[in-house]
Design a protein. Structure first.
Length: 87
């Protein structure tokens, strides 16, 4: 997850089922959960096909995504957001 030569930290929340699977996989491989999660996520990103259709499928599969987008737009309209060019 290099960005400009450095790294970028993100936080990922897993549901109970996926968290339990990650714990089991980490135990079986004698690796730390965070290390294994980082490796799995990096691999999935590397293997992901980036085109409009696949991105839409991924986004549509996120529970509560539409509600989150609507809430974000409302917050931005109230001046609670930060324009992308200011990040």
């Amino acid at each position: 997850m290099a960005r400009g030569g450095g790294t970028h930290r993100i936080n990922v929340l897993l549901d109970e089922e996926h968290a339990a699977r990650l714990r089991r996989m980490a135990d079986q491989s004698h690796a730390a959960e965070g290390t294994l999660a980082r490796s799995l996520l990096s691999r999935a990103i590397d293997e992901a096909e980036v085109d409009g259709r696949s991105i839409v499928e991924v986004l549509n599969g996120i529970p509560g995504a539409r509600e989150s987008i609507t809430r974000g737009r409302e917050q931005f309209a109230r001046g609670e957001g930060v324009p992308l060019d200011e990040l």
